[in-house]
Design a protein around this ligand. Structure first.
Ligand SMILES: CC(C)(COP(=O)(O)OP(=O)(O)OC[C@H]1O[C@@H](n2cnc3c(N)ncnc32)[C@H](O)[C@@H]1OP(=O)(O)O)[C@@H](O)C(=O)NCCC(=O)NCCS
Length: 182
């Protein structure tokens, strides 16, 4: 079981001496050089899976608070009952996500998605209805998000480098309530 070999932690210092390579230079560079400064500025928090007894990072992800503006996406707000509508719908954004190339296609990315769904529903400290991501507009990446329940936020970015994707946490919350009576 892959998880038995990994330690999960919140970034607590600059990740000096840790090795990580997901084959994407921007994501590699963000992890090595920008993740901790973002955290110090309270702009994004990074979490990582470290291979036990090594300095190898199997995967990391960075999160920040976000919202879907109701005037830009009226159909999103319409999915909320009228008396509970505001100018924006609360969300969490996956600002960065990378799985080291040696650990890709072993469902670690999907396990991270399951963890996030759980985190932002069960005992969450604030309201959060959506998980958002700006997915690279590449077949494998889009397929990954779709397999994990995400859909496109808009068709306007279909020819752009990244596509905004969303996952509604409400159905997941209802399932959790049914299963665990929470
Ligand atoms: C995209 C990424 C996060 C996916 O994580 P992962 O742990 O490799 O993905 P999973 O093993 O959970 O994949 C789940 C499903 O997504 C799809 N998928 C994932 N990677 C894919 C790829 N390269 N090509 C086609 N489908 C892919 C498959 O349907 C897969 O299911 P299967 O392996 O049973 O067929 C990871 O490959 C990665 O970090 N890539 C480089 C950086 C990157 O592009 N990050 C995304 C930024 S938006």
């Amino acid at each position: 079981m892959l998880f038995d070999k990994l330690n999960f932690q919140r970034l607590s210092a600059p990740p000096k001496g840790l090795s990580f390579d997901c084959s994407d230079e921007d994501l590699n560079d963000f992890f090595s050089n920008a993740s901790y400064p973002h955290q110090q500025e309270l702009v994004a928090v990074t979490y990582l899976f470290l291979v036990k007894n090594t300095h190898r990072v199997a995967a990391y992800f960075s999160l920040l608070n976000d919202a879907i503006k109701a005037n830009a996406f009226p159909e999103i707000n319409q999915s909320v009952p009228p008396e509970k509508r505001y100018r924006s719908v609360p969300a969490v954004k996956i600002a960065r996500l990378g799985v080291d190339k040696e650990f890709q296609r072993k469902h670690l990315g999907s396990e991270i998605m399951s963890l996030l769904k759980y985190w932002f529903v069960y005992n969450n400290k604030t309201g959060c209805k959506f998980i958002l991501a700006d997915a690279y507009n590449k077949k494998g990446v889009i397929e990954f998000y779709q397999k994990n329940g995400f859909t496109f936020l808009t068709e306007k970015d279909k020819d752009k480098e990244t596509r905004q994707m969303k996952l509604d946490l409400k159905p997941f919350a209802l399932r959790m309530r049914e299963l665990y009576l929470i």
